[in-house]
Ligand binder design. Structure first.
Ligand code: M6R
Length: 605
């Protein structure tokens, strides 16, 4: 998705902004641009380019100096990727420059009105209407000009505005698209993502929806779009700048898969209470009486987070005996759902900024529901909109394809399920059993990661497949779904996940030698049923790769994973399939960290 970075201070701004843009590359984009000025400069200087940041860098002239600037990586929504459509956008008199994340819903009407008044547009973007609206305002201050322009706009935005006549400041505003201020020593930063800031400062202020800010080199203030002053409390970002480096790996995906033992250790740290065989989740804001009153749990997320939520729902049903299910947030928000006061809603998101999830949370809150968050990014929009929750502490996840965050989110659900279980019917013995299982996870993940060479060799045998089927039953089904998403996202091989129990009801028709099946076969009460599914596939000459706790005779290949408690097995069974997807993609020469058409955080509809 689009990225914003801005700076005002004393340093040479262009290299700083280009470096910031590079740190945002992981979000996915198709063009980039930068505009700069300085207190002594007469106007604004801008460079834009379709393609990568390095192409933009190549176009930056030698004498492109200044101390204030804003820059952007664009993900095309209105208008194709091109130099003209790249941000920043400038007014005809070259005095106003804007970078924008989000979508202006009424851009077509606004554009028609502005064109009827003689405004000439230079791009096909929705953003350009904002530039002209700001440029037309005759208010005394830049803040007021931006405020007046925003009054006409419907939709979502995170914007940064530079004006040649007010070049001692950058004005920013947020509505549905993240904006973070970074506080330095006599310098200020702005970005859509802390990744662009942490190399310079870890003191940040996250704007709320409906909030604006003016940043100057030595000062900043925040206020609402209506003009009332707000209180900005700076917080310290936990993540180090180094956490965003590749750390000796060839790709972020590989780095993040490898980091899982430590990441899981972090999500468990300080939360286990051996004395009462339970866990403490400090941020839950749900007392025991309230927790006992919950009649249902509804988990909402998108993509991988939705799959983690499906495993979470299963764990909550098993350990807490509360009916639970997961649903894509993107569907939920559009189906006018019945909001039930006895249901606990849980929003799941790595980024904490996914628009579909945020919109679902806002709709639920409007209707009086209690919503918790299971989120990775501390202080993100979903973390702040929810009534409490569990941080998953996976550390920054840069690869577009989610891996360590999936695992940590599922572990966080294990903790939530155990907590809810222990204040209801779950016995001390079962609590203890689950805690022991959770503690084993980091070492067991390390064991799985050691089999990478074997998984790589296997993956290379499946690269010819045009399509693959992933099957699993009950606990194994969401694992199959997530593994199939991983494979298609990163290798572009078509993959479809089905409950193993549904084979006979349709997908068996697909089975033939050229259609491999990946089967999740845990050693649990459904082992024999899963084995029967393998027989059915083998009888039709289908090739099978099983992920199991013991070698499966009917499978052509088995990846054996360590056994944990039945309820926690799904956490481990997905990990070899992350490596499988990775090595398949590597063998096919894919752009692993930035798969085509995908963005890291989907902050638009
Ligand atoms: O940041 P979120 O967890 O809310 O993101 C949700 C999905 O967009 C995300 O999981 C997506 O499916 C990833 N590309 C999965 O690898």
């Amino acid at each position: 998705m689009c990225g914003i970075v801005g700076y005002i201070g004393k340093r040479d701004v262009a290299p700083l902004l280009l470096e910031g843009l590079q740190r945002l590359e992981y979000r996915g984009y198709d063009s980039a641009g930068v505009v700069i000025t300085s207190p002594k400069a007469a106007g604004l200087k801008m460079v834009k380019a379709k393609g990568r940041v390095r192409e933009l860098e190549a176009r930056v002239p030698k004498r492109f100096t200044g101390t204030t600037g804003i820059a952007h990586t664009r993900w095309a929504t209105h208008g194709a990727p091109s130099d003209e459509n790249a941000h920043p956008h400038m007014s005809g008199d070259e005095k106003v420059a804007v970078v924008h994340n989000g979508i202006i819903d009424n851009a077509t009407e606004l554009r028609a009105k502005l064109e009827a008044d003689g405004t000439v547009f230079l791009s096909e973007t929705d953003t350009e209407v904002l530039v002209h609206l700001i440029a037309r305002s005759e208010a005394d201050t830049l803040e007021e000009r931006v405020r007046q322009a925003l009054k006409h706009v419907e939709g979502t935005y995170g914007i940064a505005v530079l004006h040649a006549d007010f070049n001692d400041r950058i004005v920013v505003a947020r509505n549905g698209s993240p904006v973070v201020l970074g506080i330095g020593e006599k310098e200020m930063f702005v970005a859509s993502d802390v990744a662009a800031l942490v190399a310079h400062t870890r003191q940040v202020v996250t704007l709320d929806d409906g909030e604006m800010a003016t940043i100057k080199a030595d000062d900043f203030r925040t206020y609402t779009t209506e003009g009332s002053t707000t209180t900005a409390t700076p917080t310290t970002v936990e993540w180090e700048a180094e956490s965003y480096d590749m750390g000796g790996h060839d790709t972020y995906m590989h780095k993040e898969i490898s980091e899982q033992p430590e990441a899981v250790d972090r999500v468990l740290r300080g939360r286990i209470d051996d004395r009462f065989s339970t866990v403490h989740l400090g941020g839950l804001n749900l007392d025991a009486r309230e927790a006992r009153g919950i009649r249902r749990v509804k988990i909402l997320g998108c993509g991988t987070s939705y799959h983690a939520g499906q495993i979470g729902a299963q764990m909550i049903e098993e350990l807490a005996r509360i009916p639970a299910d997961a649903e894509p947030a993107s569907e939920f928000r559009y189906r006018d759902p019945v909001v039930d006061p006895d249901t606990l809603y849980v929003a799941v998101s790595q980024s904490g900024e996914t628009y579909d999830v945020l919109a679902a949370v806002q709709e639920l809150k409007r209707k009086g529901a209690r919503v918790l968050g299971v989120v990775n990014v501390v202080g993100s929009a979903i973390a702040r909109e929810t009534d409490g929750g569990v941080y998953v502490h996976a550390g920054p996840e840069v690869c577009v394809v989610s891996t360590k965050c999936f695992t940590n989110t599922v572990v966080a659900f294990g903790l939530l399920a155990l907590h809810l279980g222990r204040i209801r019917d779950l016995s001390v013995a079962d609590g203890k059993r689950i805690i022991e299982g959770l503690r084993k996870l980091p070492a067991q993940i390390t064991e799985i990661l050691k089999t990478e060479d074997e998984i790589k060799a296997l993956a290379e045998q499946y690269t010819d497949a045009k399509s693959m089927l992933f099957i699993g039953r009950v606990r194994g089904y969401p694992v199959a779904r997530e593994a199939s998403l991983k494979l298609k996202e990163v290798s572009y091989i078509h993959a479809e996940a089905y409950p193993a129990s549904e084979l006979k009801h349709g997908p068996l028709a697909l089975i033939e030698p050229a259609m491999p099946t990946v089967a999740i076969v845990p050693d649990d009460d459904l082992l024999e049923k899963n084995r029967a599914a393998l027989e059915e596939i083998k009888a039709r000459s289908g090739k099978i790769l099983a992920v199991a706790h013991q070698i499966q005779e009917k499978a052509d290949h088995t990846i054996v994973v360590p056994k944990n408690e039945d309820e926690l097995d799904p956490i481990l069974m997905g990990i070899p399939l992350q490596l499988f997807a990775y090595h398949t993609a590597l063998a096919l020469g894919r752009d692993i960290d930035k798969p085509r058409n995908l963005a890291k955080s989907v902050t638009v509809e």
